[in-house]
Write a protein that binds this ligand. Structure first.
Ligand code: SF4
Length: 344
């Protein structure tokens, strides 16, 4: 059950860079990834970020996001920028989405705005609003065209596949491009993946272009803090690509998509902090995190860090506002995502 939703604005002093589940992720390309909230309407059995189940959730003030996005774009260069909404949660639950998108379009250099969704909250009205605010592309996670399987994987007996499919065809008749992004769980939805490929091929036969309806099969990845599907062992990247090559030949369709296919290229990293694993860092504990042992630390105005308590104790407000020395346990330089641990 969700206990609390923390509102992240400038006054909260929670920085928008450095924390994986919140704010802005800059991977040193022309794509700027935005995570404006952590709420989800599902609790999928395979969710690698365990969304839908957080003790504390977060939602970010749109003005705060726009201000920081502007700063990032100015550093990266005001051309060919894509803003990609990819929250640890469901973007259509973000109440300020349409206004936020309108404001983002005003920033010089934005050429694409795309979002990821499980699609279940789509309806005629939302689709027309998404078209009105000129969303370029919507990526929909859909792992099966069979209700039972989709219900099982998403852990939701009310998963309304028929309505979702209806909404996908509505989207196809708008200006918005659609990318169907199934996760392949080896041994679990092998046939379903082929069903989805056939579904895409049929749509293309009906006249929808390769840009209008795309498919991006994702590899099932397991993370320590994510939920895992029982009995499913992820395969190697080599096996995954071999399987995609096999299906490409079988169905005469391109399935291996790379950065080039999405116009992704290297750009200056706007927010960068030079720290290494095992460094000791002074920081201020600024907020609780999603779980009892997680906090958000503030290193400076821009940079936050996920701080994990070494001992599983009941989350206590008494740490908030404290200056501590924490040890960096993970520094993902490519994505500028930091994690530290702290003992009490
Ligand atoms: S996989 Fe996506 S839709 Fe499912 S719980 Fe995670 S964030 Fe939500």
């Amino acid at each position: 059950m969700t206990n609390e939703i923390i509102y992240v604005d400038e006054n909260s002093e929670i920085p928008l860079f450095g924390v994986d589940f919140l704010g802005i992720i800059d991977r040193g390309t022309n794509v700027i990834e935005i995570k404006p909230l952590t709420l989800c309407n599902l609790k999928c059995k395979y969710c690698f970020v365990s969304a839908g189940d957080y003790d504390t959730n977060f939602t970010v003030d749109p003005n705060y996001l726009v201000k920081k996005i502007k700063e990032v774009v100015n550093i990266k260069g005001n051309y060919k920028i894509e803003i990609h909404f990819a929250p640890y949660g469901e973007i259509l639950l973000y109440p300020n989405l349409f206004n936020l998108i309108r404001e983002i379009w005003k920033i010089k250099g934005i050429e694409i705005i795309s979002l990821q969704t499980n699609g279940l909250l789509l309806n005629e009205e939302i689709i027309s609003q998404l078209e009105e605010v000129k969303i370029t592309r919507i990526n929909i996670s859909l792992n099966s065209l069979r209700s039972e399987k989709a219900n099982y994987l998403c852990n939701n007996m009310n998963y309304d596949l028929d309505t979702l499919l209806k909404n996908i065809s509505r989207l196809l008749n708008t200006t918005i491009d659609v990318l169907i992004a199934p996760v392949w769980f080896p041994g679990e939805n092998d046939e379903d993946i082929e069903d989805i490929i056939r579904f895409i091929k049929d749509l293309r036969k009906k006249g929808y272009s390769e840009k209008k309806i795309q498919i991006g099969i994702q590899k099932y990845l397991i993370y320590k803090t994510g939920r895992k599907l029982k009995k499913i062992r992820p395969k190697s990247w080599g096996y995954f690509y071999d399987q995609l090559s096999f299906l490409e030949k079988k169905y005469n369709i391109k399935l291996k998509l790379g950065p080039f296919d999405f116009g992704i290229h290297k750009r200056k990293t706007a927010a960068f902090l030079k720290v290494r694993k095992n460094d000791l860092l002074r920081l201020k504990v600024i907020s609780k995190g999603r779980w009892k042992k997680e906090y958000i630390g503030k290193i400076n105005t821009n940079f936050g860090i996920k701080v994990l308590l070494n001992k599983p104790i009941i989350q206590s407000e008494k740490f908030i506002g404290k200056d501590i020395k924490a040890k960096i346990i993970k520094a993902n330089y490519k994505d500028n995502i930091l994690t530290a641990s702290f003992s009490i």
